[in-house]
Design a protein around this ligand. Structure first.
Ligand code: PNS
Length: 163
């Protein structure tokens, strides 16, 4: 990996919805990498609450003032997307040891598919370590308050989607 290729890091995920845990990881990634591309998986199998285009719109609005952060959707192999944005770096978050098996499997699969692509794991801050998109969705669907867990733009989007 040469220094010019370390400038862009790709932060992939379903982000259905984007949480404060994700915001925390993007902030941490920006300390090390010049640009971060948030890559939203457009996967119809997963039956998401928000369409990929809605997720692009929501996350783009959150980062409207930050020109070092791009938001794109992707389909197909992650390593192909990483190459397409001229990057060699995948960022993933580790909240707890229970995340490790799945994350290690993905990192090793991606390395097998493309040995030039490296996965960097970042740990979330303690106050975000229990937040998951699945639980946020569940609480929001049951009309619970998710304002401490997600950005106000996401709170608004959840309210309008679930109303
Ligand atoms: O937020 P998620 O759902 O845990 O993110 C999973 C994601 C999007 C990173 C993963 O499903 C993915 O990379 N999918 C693209 C398909 C792919 O490249 N598969 C082979 C590597 S595991």
């Amino acid at each position: 990996m040469n220094s010019s290729n370390r400038e862009t890091a790709v932060f992939p995920g379903s982000f259905d919805p984007f949480t404060n845990g994700h915001i925390d990881l993007v902030k941490r990634a920006c300390r090390t990498f010049d640009r971060v591309t948030i890559a939203i998986l457009d996967n119809l199998d997963k039956n998401p609450l928000f369409t990929a285009d809605e997720r692009v719109e929501i996350i783009s609005e959150i980062y409207a003032d930050q020109h070092n952060i791009q938001v794109q959707k992707f389909a197909g192999l992650l390593v192909d997307f990483v190459k397409s944005v001229d990057s060699q770096v995948i960022i993933r978050g580790l909240r707890a040891i229970s995340d490790y098996d799945y994350e290690a499997q993905m990192a090793l699969m991606n390395r097998t598919l493309d040995p030039d692509v490296e996965t960097f794991f970042l740990t979330s801050s303690e106050q975000n370590s229990y937040i998951s998109s699945t639980l946020v969705k569940q609480v929001a669907k049951l009309k619970g308050d998710v304002s401490k867990l997600v950005h106000p733009i996401v709170v608004k989007a959840l309210k309008s989607k679930l109303s």
